[in-house]
Design a protein around this ligand. Structure first.
Ligand SMILES: [Mg+2]
Length: 262
């Protein structure tokens, strides 16, 4: 690795790094065979899945990962809410069942006529009534929290509106700006590093997105490794922002074997 020595732990983006949709990336099992004995946390900006969903998906791909090694943006958002809300504070949550379950698990009450926070994740039932309620609460002083600001999502069916598109609709009719918890926000990387018990500078952030993974990781002082297996095209990676660039998991795994052997 660099003069700073081998990474103490890994923060690993999942989609586009470990798998694409339901297809495992080549070299997935070998990667985990090497990483298994080192601290790692798997992260995702997808607010529609739980840690259990992610662990189950990897299990279908033949990889055994503990639920506690997975940090979804819904869980990071729920923990952020606990730290940001006054005791007994309530939240209006626009989002998936996974997001609402994560918030409930942290003990934050949802619903009611008055709330102290409005949380926006990917909500496929978003409508005018939800927009009106969210805007009213934010304009009355509720905190405005977003799981992501990405305006679009790449899916197997093409490009669809992302959480950022819903956030933009709310931004059009409120006076406040949202706090984003998901990557590239420092919040997600700080929660992940603290789950490893490491300062961010001792971690290696591995991802396929230059902005959310590499830019976000670098902003908290982590070293970064870009994998070209996902959304980033090689010519975009030429700007030299990541510390390391790999074609895919096999090259990354070989690098980690060598780094940790020293
Ligand atoms: Mg990704």
């Amino acid at each position: 690795v660099s003069a700073a020595g081998p990474p103490g732990g890994l923060i690993v983006d999942m989609d586009g790094v470990l798998y694409r949709g339901e297809s495992p990336m080549p070299g997935l099992s070998d990667f985990f065979a090497v990483v298994h004995d080192h601290p790692y946390v798997l992260v995702t900006n997808n607010s529609t899945v739980s840690a259990a969903d992610c662990a189950a998906k990897l299990e279908r791909m033949g990889v055994d990962v503990a639920e506690t090694a997975v940090l979804t943006v819904s869980e990071a958002t729920a923990r952020y809410l606990v730290s940001a809300l006054p005791a007994g504070g309530r939240a209006l949550v626009l989002g998936s069942p996974a997001l609402k379950q994560a918030v409930a698990r942290e003990g934050v009450e949802m619903g009611g006529d008055e709330v102290e926070a409005v949380v926006v994740g990917l909500d496929v039932t978003f409508d005018y009534a939800a927009l009106a309620k969210a805007a009213t609460m934010i304009n009355r002083g509720a905190a405005f929290v977003a799981t992501s600001l990405d305006p679009v999502l790449l899916t197997e069916d093409g490009t669809v509106p992302g959480t950022g598109a819903l956030v933009a609709a709310i931004c059009a009719c409120v006076r406040a700006s949202p706090v984003c918890v998901g990557k590239p926000s420092p919040a997600m990387f700080e929660v992940a590093a603290s789950a490893l018990g490491l300062p961010p500078a001792d971690t290696l952030v591995i991802g396929d997105n230059l902005r959310s993974d590499i830019g976000g990781g670098a902003a908290v002082g982590a070293r970064t490794a870009l994998l070209l297996s996902g959304v980033t095209l090689e010519d975009e990676a030429a700007d030299g922002v990541p510390d390391f660039v790999f074609e895919g998991l096999p090259a990354l795994t070989a690098f980690l074997v060598e780094a940790w052997a020293r």
